[in-house]
Structures are given as structure tokens and as C-alpha cells.
Design a protein around this ligand. Structure first.
Ligand SMILES: Cc1cc2nc3c(=O)[nH]c(=O)nc-3n(C[C@H](O)[C@H](O)[C@H](O)COP(=O)(O)OP(=O)(O)OC[C@H]3O[C@@H](n4cnc5c(N)ncnc54)[C@H](O)[C@@H]3O)c2cc1C
Length: 379
């Protein structure tokens, strides 16, 4: 896609793209097929400063550019980046004290420590304020018990950002605290098999009498909700970049296929019926990129509803584009081992993870009720 970017951003795209082609692309199929976690590659991403870009002095738009290029090569590696960088790293970067940053954020940034974000639970995903994991203070220590669900990198993490209830259930979001919990014998993990984004270590994480001190509190006691909202906003921009990168790659694959596949004596690309699919999809890609650029460049001076609008639109349209790409490839798009088949499985999560479509619509509609449509469209 043609973009009018400044030379610094263009160079960033070129550098990440070269890295992705050299280091990620050759591993993408193995990661998916064998559900293989690319531990060494994560260190290499860290060396490049791509794991927690906001901690490497890149802004939110540049972070999105990094993620989009990674996603073009492998959705799984992009989700690993998101889990490490935006979900586990960002809360420490934004809310951690100097000691927490030194002990956790810096090694996570280098890929020496693996981090995971433990918000969702068996009881509740969309209704996160109902979470049931408990942290109780006894004799100067916090004792945490509970279960986290769907934790990306949960299987391999050295450190977990755990959101736990530190008050009554009816206090909902007012009684949630974020803890940094290093992996230890109190943590048990069970693998969850998922259809896409394989090799990302999705797990159920059980915390069984985990003892931590006050120094493991991230932010303030009962201040967890602010951290959740901040982190999910950054994560939603990141997952929008993943959706865009995946859709772009799928369409590129389909175009290449349509150029070489002959039917009725002519390459598929010559058929108007398919050309319109491709043209329509690329028009949506263009507008998705513009929206991503707009929202991420303005970040943090954007509303939750604007971020939710970006996430909703990019995830939804990217899913449609990948479906079209598969259709253009016919049976080959449905065959195991083709990139579009893998992307088709990966892309579906973008409408669920970091808040479902319906949750984004809830956020947007509440904003509209409170502030009006002019404020949503405000530059
Ligand atoms: C592969 C994978 C990786 C993930 N990684 C992480 C991670 O690293 N950390 C983490 O904390 N979580 C993670 N998640 C969890 C993810 O964020 C949740 O799955 C998501 O938020 C939805 O929650 P749920 O699955 O409990 O669905 P539910 O909340 O049970 O929702 C089920 C359906 O009901 C709809 N719904 C719910 N409430 C309403 C309502 N009021 N109005 C209309 N519709 C509604 C939802 O939109 C959805 O369609 C991951 C999930 C997956 C599948």
C-alpha cells in the first residue's frame, strides 16, 4: 500500500519487514503446525527493540507499524509480541515503580523474561469487573488464589500480571488490584488447544496460595481497573494492527494466486467478478490503515470509544477480507499448509480477544449516550 509516511517511519517499516522475512517467515509454518513456541525468536525480537516498542522510544503509531509487519509474516508471533509488549509490558511501563521496571520490564523488553496478562477467568471475560481471583492480606503478605483463563504465553511465562479482587464482589471494578506474580510452585498451567494463533502458549493458569509482598503491587491497592482500561486500550490498537497485517497478507497471497491460476483459458485475475472482490478489499485495507494511523498517532489523546471503533472496524473488515482471499484461492485456500488457511484461523480471534465486537459496541454506545456523536468524530 502507498502511504505518505515520514522517512523515519518508512525506514522502520523496511527494517522490520526485512527482519520478519529473514527471521519470522521461515518459522511461521512450524509454529502453527507443531504448536511450537518460538523462544529464541522472542530474544531476537527483544534485541531489535520490537518486543516492547513503547519502552524502546517508539510511539504508538510506530508500534502499530512494527506489529503489522510482524503479523504479515506470522499471526502467532504478532500475538506473542502483543501479549509480551502491550498486555504484560505496558502496565509495568505505565504504572510500575523504578524497581519493578528494573526487575521485570527491562528483562521482558530484551526477551529474557516472558510475561503474561491474567485478566480473563472461567467465570468471566467480557464482564471483567466480576472476576473472582482473590488476594487477601495476612501477616504483611498477600495470598492470591484463583484461576485465569485463555492466558496467552501463560504456559511459558516467568511473570504474570494478575488482576485480583481485594474487596467485596459487589464492589466490582472498585475492588480490583493488579499484582506482578513471578512464576513459582504456586502456579499451575494447563494448555488450552485453540484453532488459530497456535504456538502462543494459551493456558489456564491456576494460582494456588501465591504469596507476594506489597512490592508486587502494580499501581495502588484497588487501583487495578485503571490499569486494565489503559492496557486494553493499548492492546486494542495492537490487535487492530495485527488484523490489518493479516488481512493485507491474505489479500496479497490471493492476488498472486489469481495471477497464476488459469480457468476458462484465462488467469483468474482477469475475471471481473474477482477483480471487484480484490478492489473492494483493498479499498477497505486503505481505510483501515488510515483509521489505525489516525487513532494511534493521536494516542493517548483519543477516547476509549475511538479506540473501540478502530478495533471493531479493523477486526470485522479484516475477517471479511480474509474470507474473500480464501474464496479467491478456491480449494487451495482451504488446504492445510497454505498461508491463507492459517490466516483464516488466526484472524477470527481478532473479533474476540481484547474485548469482543459486542464489548466494543457497548463502549461506543455508552460514549454516544454520554457525549454525543460529534465528540466521537472529533479530531
Ligand atoms: C486465543 C485467546 C487468547 C487470549 N488471551 C488472553 C490473555 O492473554 N489474557 C486475558 O486476560 N484474556 C485472554 N483471552 C480472553 C479474551 O479476552 C476473552 O475470550 C474475551 O474477552 C471474551 O470473553 P469470554 O470468552 O469469557 O466470553 P463471554 O464474556 O462469556 O462472552 C460470550 C459472548 O457473549 C457476548 N456478550 C457478553 N456480554 C454481553 C452483553 N452485555 N451484550 C451483548 N453481548 C454480550 C460476548 O460478546 C460474546 O460474544 C484470550 C482468548 C483467546 C481465545
Amino acid at each position: 500500500m502507498q502511504q505518505n509516511l515520514n522517512p523515519e517511519d518508512e525506514l522502520l517499516i523496511k527494517t522490520v519487514r526485512e527482519f520478519a522475512i529473514r527471521e519470522i517467515e521461515p518459522l511461521a509454518e512450524k509454529i502453527d503446525r507443531e504448536d511450537w513456541y518460538p523462544r529464541e525468536l522472542i530474544r531476537k525480537l527483544g534485541e531489535q527493540g520490537y518486543l516492547i516498542p513503547l519502552n524502546s522510544n517508539l510511539n504508538m503509531f510506530q508500534t502499530s507499524l512494527v506489529i503489522r509487519e510482524i503479523a504479515k509474516a506470522s499471526g502467532s508471533v504478532a500475538l506473542i509480541q502483543d501479549a509480551q509488549g502491550e498486555l504484560a509490558g505496558e502496565p509495568i511501563r505505565a504504572f510500575g515503580n523504578e524497581e519493578q521496571k528494573r526487575k521485570y520490564l527491562e528483562p521482558m523488553s530484551r526477551g529474557e523474561l516472558i510475561g503474561a496478562f491474567g485478566l480473563s477467568e472461567p467465570c468471566c471475560g467480557s464482564d471483567a469487573a466480576a472476576l473472582q481471583t482473590m488476594a487477601v492480606k495476612k501477616g504483611g503478605e498477600w495470598i492470591i488464589n484463583g484461576k485465569k483463563m485463555w492466558t496467552t504465553q501463560g504456559l511459558y511465562a516467568d511473570v504474570y500480571i494478575v488482576f485480583a479482587r481485594t474487596g467485596k464482589p459487589e464492589e466490582r471494578e472498585k475492588a480490583i488490584t493488579a499484582f506482578i506474580v513471578p512464576r513459582g510452585s504456586c502456579i499451575e498451567t494447563n494448555k488450552i488447544e485453540v484453532m488459530g494463533f497456535r504456538g502462543t502458549g494459551t493456558a489456564e493458569v491456576t494460582l494456588n496460595e501465591c504469596h507476594v509482598g506489597d512490592e508486587n503491587i502494580l499501581g495502588e491497592v484497588n487501583g487495578g481497573w485503571k490499569i486494565i482500561k489503559h492496557t486494553l486500550n493499548v492492546g486494542r490498537i495492537a490487535i487492530s494492527a495485527i488484523a490489518l497485517g493479516l488481512a493485507e497478507r491474505a489479500l496479497e497471497e490471493a492476488i498472486e494466486w489469481a495471477k497464476s491460476r488459469v480457468a476458462f483459458g484465462s488467469p483468474l485475475i482477469k475475471f471481473e467478478g474477482l477483480r471487484w472482490y480484490i478492489a473492494e478489499s483493498s479499498a477497505y485495507l486503505m481505510s483501515m490503515f488510515s483509521l489505525l494511523e489516525d487513532v494511534s498517532s493521536k494516542y493517548p489523546n483519543v477516547s476509549d470509544a475511538q479506540i473501540s471503533s478502530l478495533k471493531y472496524v479493523t477486526a470485522k473488515e479484516a475477517n471479511k477480507i480474509v474470507d474473500v482471499a480464501l474464496q479467491i484461492m478456491g480449494g487451495m485456500g482451504y488446504a492445510k499448509g497454505t498461508k491463507v488457511e492459517r490466516i483464516y484461523r488466526d484472524i477470527r480471534l481478532t473479533r474476540i480477544g481484547e474485548g469482543t465486537d459486542e464489548v466494543q459496541l457497548m463502549i461506543i454506545s455508552k460514549f454516544l449516550e454520554r457525549e454525543g456523536i460529534d465528540r466521537l468524530l472529533e479530531a
